[in-house]
Design a protein around this ligand. Structure first.
Ligand SMILES: Nc1ncnc2c1ncn2[C@@H]1O[C@H](COP(=O)(O)OP(=O)(O)OP(=O)(O)O)[C@@H](O)[C@H]1O
Ligand SMILES: [Mg+2]
Length: 240
């Protein structure tokens, strides 16, 4: 594996008295695409929320690029280079596509020129967003909303882009298009942590992966290793 960008060790987190994550260890190397798979309620979203400081880490460590961010909260995570594309995309529905994208750059005060250049780059990467730049986000199709949410993530100039449920509710053609965009984004040097229901497409995109089961990492390996593992095939692909 490449040098680590994100190193999580012994992470425990949850909601009040309810513990969801029990000693999670996970690493994303610089330049890697890593996927996280697991059944409903396994704690995938909670893990991403803990990394981005939205859920408090009760124990353990979250180090990004050498700096500890556990306990720092959302602004520390964002300014440390973490962008989070949330489950359900969470766009501002009555704001334009362009303004939604600019929300991703809200911490980049005094960088107007660079932000404008990045906005152009996102519009070039997603021509359908460029065509719809002044429309309300609510008018976008599901695939376009996911493009906008990913674009908003890139606007913070992250080192790590985390995406929760890339393909949920989207047509296969839209998923293919988004997968190509993620490869393009990754080729610019941004590492990606992908949470995905569709295990096949996740393993296709990622070079390594982790399986989360009831708040614990139960398996990890290269995508080829996981795709061949009987436990993964039975539990998540419906084949023996
Ligand atoms: N805000 C919350 N308050 C209390 N419990 C929560 C909250 N959000 C999630 N949980 C619980 O935490 C556990 C893990 O949920 P989480 O959403 O992280 O799972 P997930 O792997 O993302 O599932 P899915 O595949 O359905 O998205 C579940 O038991 C869930 O009920
Ligand atoms: Mg989830």
């Amino acid at each position: 594996m490449a040098d680590p960008l994100l190193s999580i060790s012994g992470l425990e987190a949850g909601y009040g008295e309810i513990r969801v994550l029990w000693g999670v260890d996970l690493t994303v190397g610089k330049g890697e695409i890593v996927c996280l798979v697991g059944s409903n309620g396994a704690g995938k979203t909670t893990l991403l929320r803990a990394i981005s400081g939205l859920v408090k880490a009760d124990k353990g460590s979250i180090v990004i690029d050498g700096g500890e961010i556990a306990g720092g909260g959302p602004e520390v995570a964002l300014s440390s280079g973490i962008a989070h594309v949330p489950e359900g995309r969470r766009l501002f529905r009555t704001m334009s596509v362009k303004d939604n994208l600019l929300m991703g750059a809200y911490l980049r005060v005094g960088e107007d020129k660079a932000v404008a250049a990045d906005l152009d780059r996102v519009m070039t990467m997603f021509p359908r967003l460029a065509e719809r730049r002044n429309q309300d986000a609510a008018t976008l199709s599901g695939g376009e909303q996911q493009m906008c949410a990913i674009g908003r993530g890139i606007m913070s100039r992250p080192k790590l882009l985390m995406i929760d449920e890339l393909s949920l509710g989207l047509a296969p053609t839209a998923v293919d298009m988004l997968s190509d965009s993620l490869k393009e984004i990754n080729a610019t040097g941004i590492s990606i942590l992908l949470v995905e229901q569709d295990v096949m497409s996740a393993l296709d995109l990622a070079s390594r992966g982790y399986v989360l089961d009831r708040g614990r990492i139960t398996m990890s390996g290269t995508s080829a290793e996981l795709a061949a593992a009987p436990e993964v095939r039975e539990a998540y692909m419906g084949v023996a």
